[in-house]
Design a protein. Structure first.
Lengths: 130, 135, 102, 102, 135, 130
């Protein structure tokens, strides 16, 4: 079965991104396909490479990145939500005249159409948020 | 893509206090291009999104309520308002924006987009969906 | 002048107003702002308890947040006073402390 | 298999559980996770309505979220089944759609 | 600074679902160094923060509940639990961690930090504060 | 009178930072002192210079920066909360081996002690959050 995952909240602040990560791992372990993980609202903050969580706690961004690498997951950050909140890749930074970018490995920035697309293509859309 | 799915957006948050109402509307407007069978439900504090006469000058935040009037142009014409949510808040349909769409097959006749539904009717509608979006 | 309590949550979505009313001493100030302004309206499921509170406390509502949400002053419960941000500052200064029920 | 409803909010803080119960068709699945797991407990102000719901729906609670909060399985209302993340995935696959009451 | 103020931290959120409980505790621990008259109130879902036996292995999140036991060492020894909040949740003081402090003036005798208070008592305590922190 | 301001939520996501900004402006207009604005929890996200909000909406970070400049406001971002969420200044970035920083003009990163300090020094602490 194909799952689409929507993450609406930032890491650490809300358990939503932890739950999404655990669900995604469990779905993959059962042999399901995770077609795309889409990060919306404050969920875009999962995709920053500048986070430095305490050493004795989990690093959610790194967990998403390594899960993506292992399973060729498509991690998509919403461009409009990301701009508002200051999450940029190199192209976006250049386009808006910003002197730095902060997106983490394995994440890509794209439009809301990617959310609608996965909602249509997947068998189930799982929403994790506040 | 040639699949047509039934997508429902469930709006349960008040506007301005949080961004969910605005960013939900942004999804609806983008999603309209995909030509799916789309509907919107306004439940709980979500009914406040459609209240007429919003004026955000004093809080310095953009007033996005006029954008709901464009939904008809985007072919989003099934808008359900739960009666129980209105009642709890002392509101009636007259307090809300009146959203319509133009039927190009009937010489652009203006038709009703807003549908007042009971909890039972909304429960049935939810059960008919392929995908339910909540933000 | 006792405590100014602020409530920024919808009374229909969260328990912040109930907790504020449970723990505010008689004669407190209570200010509704942000989504909390829905608590100041007539004819809702929360009106009765707020009207009662307006008899025991001084209740205020932030006008700019009301207007943003399309609410008019004639929809406000009797005994609730509308203030602007300057009035909010005055209330905070006049009371001995401010307690935000987030 | 109808709809799987998920509730991740405390029934004491927010209205998500009430709305879920108001709009879930009889025979739905309802899964409590995150702070929603407090809704699955015996002896609380929410227990009566949840026990009633467990008679009309299949109610589940996410074990890892229960354990995190120090709750034991013997504190769970009768008729509520504990699942892990793998069980959550199975529930999502078995139902026709998933409706998250955020 | 030589001013001594009465600071109360009001905790109304459950742990883990959101970060407020953890980051509130971080403020309390840092704030202890300022030698003020500090107290903590646990109200509404905040009482869940102190529930015994928390085991977060399954959710992959750090279990911070052991840190509450250190509050006594930081001279934070006025901890108030609202009875109405416990009652609503079917909890009693036995379900919570037992927090104590050692009185160095009495040969390090272990003393009670936890105080069960009624809503009226908590309302009075709130009224005695200079600053009320809520997160 | 001296006010301390605590902002617990990120910009745009929650009205809290707007309310805090409006309150701060009104307090300054009345001749009060705003001793410090402290950003905690997701409030640290108010301090990113990488945000690109839509042109027809307010730019909250820029409004804080210019208010700070005009009134010599002390805008302090909590270091622990900021590390967790990926908000860094140049020193912090260097210390943690990160290749970029993202703090905005007029904000500085410091410890939670700065919050306690302003709570003690100010006549009133105003808390804006979710």
């Amino acid at each position: 079965m194909k799952f689409g995952i929507l993450v609406n909240e930032g890491p650490y602040t809300h358990e939503a991104s932890d739950s999404a990560l655990q669900f995604t791992r469990a779905a993959l372990a059962k042999g399901h396909e995770v077609t795309r993980v889409f990060f919306y609202h404050d969920g875009v903050n999962n995709g920053t490479r500048l986070g430095v969580p305490p050493q004795d706690d989990r690093n959610i961004t790194r967990e998403w990145s390594s899960l993506a690498k292992e399973h060729e997951l498509d991690l998509v950050v919403c461009i409009a939500a990301a701009q508002r909140r200051g999450l940029l890749d190199a192209d976006e930074a250049k386009r808006h005249g910003k002197d730095a970018d902060n997106i983490a490995e394995g994440f890509r920035i794209s439009g809301l159409g990617q959310l609608i697309e996965v909602a249509i293509q997947a068998d189930r859309l799982m929403v994790f948020g506040d | 893509m040639s699949i047509t799915k039934r997508l429902m957006y469930v709006n349960r948050r008040a506007p301005y206090g949080t961004i969910y109402a605005l960013e939900s509307l942004e999804v609806v407007l983008i999603g309209a291009a995909f030509e799916q069978d789309v509907s919107l439900a306004f439940v709980d504090d979500g009914v406040y999104q459609l209240v007429k006469g919003q004026n955000t000058t004093g809080i310095g935040v953009k007033n996005f309520s006029p954008a709901y009037a464009a939904l008809g142009d985007y072919d989003v014409k099934k808008i359900y308002i739960e009666k129980e949510s209105l009642d709890q808040r002392g509101l009636s349909m007259d307090d809300l924006q009146h959203l319509t769409w133009e039927d190009e097959n009937e010489d652009y006749a203006e038709k009703e987009s807003m549908h007042l539904v009971s909890r039972e009717e909304l429960a049935d509608l939810l059960e008919e969906q392929d995908v339910v979006f909540s933000f | 002048m006792a405590t100014l309590h602020t409530v920024n949550k919808s009374p229909f979505e969260r328990n912040a107003l109930d907790t504020c009313l449970r723990l505010a001493k008689q004669g407190s100030g209570i200010l509704f702002l942000e989504d909390g302004v829905y608590g100041a309206l007539k004819g809702t499921a929360a009106s009765e308890k707020v009207a009662k509170a307006a008899g025991e406390h001084k209740v205020y509502v932030l006008g700019p947040d009301l207007a943003a949400r399309g609410m008019q002053e004639d929809q406000i419960l009797d005994g609730i006073q509308v203030v602007d941000y300057a009035g909010f500052v005055d209330l905070a200064a006049e009371h001995d402390r401010v307690n935000a029920w987030l």
